[in-house]
Design a protein around this ligand. Structure first.
Ligand SMILES: [Zn+2]
Length: 173
């Protein structure tokens, strides 16, 4: 199975439309709660960004409380993706996520990446850094990945980590 990025992007855009999101930062907590998903913050191993599961009709997201708040937002959006895209896999099985850092390590070691994780990160990127809002924020000069100050400014505006913003900008190029 290979990752279906288009499906992930479409799902994220549908949610942005449902909530009529017109500006950054995207209220990911509010979106999650509106879907009756229990969102909980707890200290997890440094390696873990979050977890998702469903049991007896209760949907649950856990986010690593030890990480930076901006990183927690991405983790929450990533776990929301599993509920939206992979719900059938979450029954009776806790899904653990390692986030973007693990993804990059996997790519470097050319081990291939878990399609579910790629889809969840694609969804989270589109949800928190919507294509059009990002283009608007970049302005006429456009994007320059090497412009650290600008990338930091964008990350701040969208309330995501600098590494998540870089990952997102790279995907647009
Ligand atoms: Zn995951």
């Amino acid at each position: 199975m290979s990752a279906d990025k288009e499906r992930a992007i479409t799902a994220a855009r549908r949610i942005l439309e449902e909530h009529n999101i017109q500006r950054a930062p995207v209220p990911v907590e509010r979106i999650i709660k509106s879907r009756n998903i229990v969102l909980d913050y707890a200290p997890l191993d440094e390696d873990l960004s979050g977890m998702a599961y469903s049991q007896d009709g209760v949907s649950m997201i856990g986010v690593n409380a030890l990480h930076h708040p901006n990183r927690q937002r991405f983790s929450a959006a990533h776990e929301l993706a599993h509920h939206v895209l992979h719900e059938e896999r979450l029954h009776g099985e806790v899904h653990l996520s390692k986030g973007l850092r693990a993804l990059r390590r996997d790519q470097v070691s050319s081990q291939g990446t878990d399609p579910l994780e790629v889809e969840a990160n694609t969804f989270a990127s589109e949800l928190l850094m919507p294509h059009q809002l990002l283009l608007d924020a970049c302005g006429k000069e456009g994007l320059d990945l090497d412009d650290e100050a600008k990338v930091e400014k964008l990350a701040k505006k969208f309330r995501v980590s600098v590494s998540a913003m870089k990952y997102r900008l790279a995907s647009l190029m």
